[in-house]
Design a protein around this ligand. Structure first.
Ligand code: SF4
Length: 250
């Protein structure tokens, strides 16, 4: 029974991935991926802010401090000033310095290159053991830096998965992440993650979903979905919004 349910869910996710690729394109990952430590810090900076502002904060951080050692040793006020544009500088500054210190203590240097040889589970365990680093951040490092076929779940992905009924009543992105493991078709984590974020930003928005032009209308089980005002599908085209984690420089 459970096997049948899982199989049904897997084929729904595969269909969803195909539909989104048809409507939004097939995103391709860069060949050269940023170092895992750069990705980790960029992802911490991206928490609770827009991609554009966190990218500006990341660039300013790298401009003012040439090495991770310099960031770790920076005066807290200088660090806060560098990342202020990304918001929550009072929380993110100390968090970044704490994370850097833990990495230095563990590896004897400011680097996470050792993670390249570690299995996914070990990477998740190690990263989530750092103060202020959650499962989403760990999954982003795996996908966007280590090139693993891991599917991160942020608020957009979480909302879309629940509205479509792919996962059932998962109250948090962490729970949705666990429920989605094993459901994403092999080799499709990057494409599906990227397209779900585009879809969540442009169509299945949090407050006012554009159900009338949703290519997944018939699949959706969300009680708040709005009736179509016209028949037929209208594609939205790809949303070319800047996406931070595809633009992290070493
Ligand atoms: S029908 Fe509406 S609520 Fe459902 S997935 Fe599409 S946009 Fe989201």
């Amino acid at each position: 029974m459970v096997v049948t349910l899982d199989r049904r869910r897997k084929s729904r996710v595969a269909r969803l991935a195909r539909t989104l690729e048809r409507h939004l394109g097939t995103p391709r990952q860069e060949r050269r991926l940023p170092p895992p430590l750069s990705m980790l810090i960029a992802t911490i900076l991206s928490q609770n802010t827009s991609d554009k502002n966190s990218h500006r904060a990341y660039r300013e951080l790298r401009r003012r401090f040439r090495t991770w050692h310099a960031v770790a040793a920076a005066h807290p006020a200088s660090l806060r000033a560098a990342i202020r544009v990304g918001g929550m500088a009072n929380q993110k500054g100390p968090r970044i310095q704490k994370v850097l210190k833990s990495i230095r203590d563990r590896y004897g240097r400011y680097s996470l290159e050792d993670l390249r040889a570690a299995p996914d589970e070990d990477v998740i365990e190690l990263l989530t053991g750092l103060d202020g680093v959650g499962v989403k951040t760990a999954a982003c490092v795996l996908l966007f830096s280590l090139g693993r076929d891991v599917f991160p779940v942020d608020t957009h992905v979480h909302r879309v998965c629940n509205r479509l009924g792919i996962v059932e009543a998962c109250p948090t992105p962490e729970k949705t992440f666990l429920a989605m493991r094993g459901l994403v078709p092999k080799g499709k984590a990057y494409s599906l993650h990227t397209n779900m974020i585009r879809f969540g930003r442009s169509i299945c928005r949090s407050a006012s979903p554009a159900c009338e032009r949703c290519p997944l209308f018939d699949e959706c089980v969300y009680p708040g979905k709005r009736r179509r005002s016209r028949t037929g599908l209208r594609t939205s085209g790809a949303d070319h919004d800047f996406m931070l984690l595809d633009n992290v420089e070493a």
